[in-house]
Design a protein around this ligand. Structure first.
Ligand code: CA2
Length: 142
């Protein structure tokens, strides 16, 4: 069975506690629970990680490569706009990935419009809230 890793970056552990008008009212645990249910329907395996530390995300991507994960869904959060290291890890391991953002990064402050990942992603889903993760998971089922 194909296995997909869902990676969330810094501060996304705070989902559901603050700024619901931007990021919605669901917690990360709620989102991951819904994805687990969807993965069963889609006949996919899914694993989750969240970290506030760039190096932990890089090392997790390396682990995904060694453990033959088929694809990654990643919301790199603020690292989207800064991290050449996460870009290099994804490129270096050649794991196909989809970039997801809860908010529309193009409709906010100009610095959020720049992503170090979008041009090497299969695709990017931005601004559709938690549905973006579910849409990305369905991509692999199809
Ligand atoms: O829209 C997204 O998903 C973002 O990746 C979220 C990041 C932001 O830096 C990106 O530009 C867009 C921020 C995540 C912070 O999450 C919080 C959740 C609740 C309360 C405070 C922050």
């Amino acid at each position: 069975m194909r296995e997909i890793a869902v990676i969330n970056g810094p501060n996304l552990n705070l989902l559901g506690t603050r700024e619901p008008e931007i990021y919605g009212s669901e917690s990360l645990q709620d989102i991951n629970q819904a994805l687990t249910t969807l993965a069963t329907e889609l006949d996919l395996q899914v694993r989750f990680m969240q970290s506030n530390a760039e190096h932990e995300i890089v090392e997790y991507i390396h682990r995904c490569h060694h453990e033959q994960i088929s694809g990654i869904i990643i919301n790199p959060a603020a690292f989207t706009h800064t991290s050449v290291a996460i870009r290099d890890a994804l490129l270096g391991t050649q794991i196909p990935f989809i970039e997801v953002h809860l908010s529309n990064i193009h409709a906010r402050e100009p610095f959020r419009a720049k992503s170090w990942l979008s041009d090497v992603a299969i695709g990017t889903i931005t601004g559709l809230g938690s549905q973006g993760y579910a849409m990305a998971l369905r991509y692999w089922a199809d």
